[in-house]
Design a protein around this ligand. Structure first.
Ligand SMILES: [Zn+2]
Ligand SMILES: [Zn+2]
Length: 505
């Protein structure tokens, strides 16, 4: 084994020369890419160690650690055990530790698909606490793999905190080894897919103790949401950033035709202050909240993010004592729909349903033609609104570019109430021009400012010098228009020192 390590343990320069020609480790493809059952990073690490005939700890310590970027992580891995400390605590989590490992494995194996073995691409939605604290597994799935002679692996799905059951076998995922009764960490020197790292017990054995546990509609919804995100991740060209939840909530507000944030929050049924922070991008809702909102809108998180327009049919919750809890006669529903069609004001079907306390599904079932007409009218109205909005943004961007004094894209966004993301989505090159123009302006302004300050400084120093007063910083600052530069600006301080030098003080 030491020979193998010796061969693979290289200095950074040797590694980079190897990278140019071939991968340091076998270029092992992660299993299940493009399906909801992609393997987890720790499963991948375990299989990679296996094919090199190494323990996970040897692989990490000897081969991976030299190219880790984070110095404290590198030090910990090289000095300590991998099953304690930050490595095991944060591996498979959406953290910089996972990111560092992914980078290292990508370099060592030349595999670009390793990123999909974690939820790191979804960091904008789930910044932390996405994985369960301990390994979880479905014994039936493991048995199935073993008896079908398939390659054993553990899907990423099993490691997620929100996933508690296997939807194939309708059983609870297990997280205690039946052999030694221990809970198992995500990383261990002897980590081996399908086996307990402490006692070597085959984890498929638990099948004897497992009973069928029906999956509720709620649980299936959660599982399907994560499956969709995992399955489609490799096909996507962008992933949500941390401001995305705010953008999403505003999109829902606009598409559903709510006139205020308060109205949206009431519909989503959250505390106003808390939800306002999400809408304003000051805080990110938890994974459970995002899933609950998707459920409320009868859609999935994936569709909410990637469909340009929402195809949603929200369900309205009627609270106790709410006047909406009374049953609205169908005749009245029909009349409301007709009134809305006759009205000049264009309102969405969802908004009408909310205002007059009936369910969209009821209306659609009994009055499909009226609902169809309302929906089409609203769709046309919204697309016209979008077109107007596009024209408005384009005009304002052109105006901005014609301004005598350039402004930043952030100022543009604040001045006109146009989110940067929206402007960039429609007119990326115009936005780039605004950014570039402002950068150039800043550069020239800065240059001019220094020129002016230099002249002012020279005049003051020479004047003091002529009058026999020592040109100390204090004396100069008293005479400068903006004395703060002399205290904090390195360039100005340097200029001051140069002039003083030439006067031989
Ligand atoms: Zn299963
Ligand atoms: Zn065990």
């Amino acid at each position: 084994m030491s020979n193998i390590i010796g061969r693979m343990k290289d200095t950074n320069s040797q590694i980079s020369s190897l990278i140019r020609t071939r991968s340091v480790l076998y270029s092992l493809e992660p299993l299940g890419i493009g399906t909801p059952f992609v393997e987890s990073l720790s499963s991948y690490m375990s299989r990679l160690s296996n094919i090199h005939n190494l323990k996970v700890s040897s692989l990490i310590r000897e081969v991976v650690s030299p190219i880790l970027e984070n110095p404290s992580l590198r030090k910990e891995v090289q000095l300590g055990t991998i099953s304690g400390g930050i490595t095991s605590r944060y591996i498979n989590e959406n953290s910089i530790v996972t990111q560092d490992y992914l980078r290292a494995f990508e370099i060592l194996t030349c595999q670009k698909n390793i990123q999909y073995t974690t939820m790191l691409n979804w960091k904008g939605l789930f910044p932390k606490n996405v994985r369960n604290k301990y390994r979880r597994w479905c014994p039936s799935c493991l048995n199935q793999m073993k008896y079908n002679s398939e390659i054993l692996y553990e899907p990423l799905l099993w490691s997620l905190k929100d996933i508690k059951k296997c939807d194939i076998h309708e059983t609870k995922l297990v997280e205690t080894c039946p052999g030694c009764k221990k809970k198992l960490g995500h990383l261990h020197a002897k980590y081996q897919v399908g086996y307990c790292q402490h006692c070597g017990f085959w984890l498929g054995e638990c099948i004897k103790h497992i009973e069928r546990d029906t999956i509720s509609e709620e649980e299936r919804f959660i599982i399907n949401n994560y499956k969709e995100l995992i399955e489609f991740a490799p096909t996507l060209s962008w992933y949500p950033n941390k401001l995305f939840s705010s953008f999403l909530l505003n999109k829902i507000k606009n598409e559903l035709g709510f006139s205020s944030k308060r109205e949206l929050v009431r519909f989503l049924d959250y505390n106003y202050e808390t939800a306002l922070q999400w809408i304003n991008g000051e805080n990110i809702p938890s994974s459970q909240t995002l899933l609950r909102i998707s459920k409320r809108l009868n859609t999935t998180l994936y569709k909410l993010i990637y469909n340009e327009h929402l195809e949603i049919a929200p369900t309205y919750k009627k609270s106790e004592g709410d006047e909406c809890s009374k049953n609205i006669p169908l005749k009245e529903v029909e009349q409301r729909l007709k009134d809305a069609i006759d009205s000049e004001e264009i309102i969405s079907l969802y908004r009408i349903a909310k205002d007059f306390c009936f369910r969209v599904q009821t209306a659609e079932k009994h009055f499909p033609l009226l609902c169809g007409e309302l929906k089409t009218r609203y769709k046309i109205y919204k697309s016209k609104q979008r077109l107007d909005r596009k024209i408005e943004i384009e005009t304002k961007l052109h105006d901005c570019l014609n301004k005598e004094i350039p402004i930043s894209l952030i100022s543009f966004s604040k001045e006109h109430g146009i989110p940067i993301k929206e402007a960039k989505r429609y007119y990326p090159s115009l936005c780039d021009k605004v950014i570039q123009r402002y950068k150039e302006y800043l550069f020239i302004s800065k240059k001019n400012r220094y020129e002016k300050l230099k002249i002012e400084l020279e005049m003051i120093i020479f004047d003091l010098h002529k009058r026999g007063i020592h040109p100390s910083k204090w004396e100069i600052a008293k005479r400068m228009k903006e004395p703060q530069y002399l205290s904090f600006d390195k360039n100005i301080i340097k200029i001051y020192e140069q002039i003083i030098d030439t006067l031989e003080y």
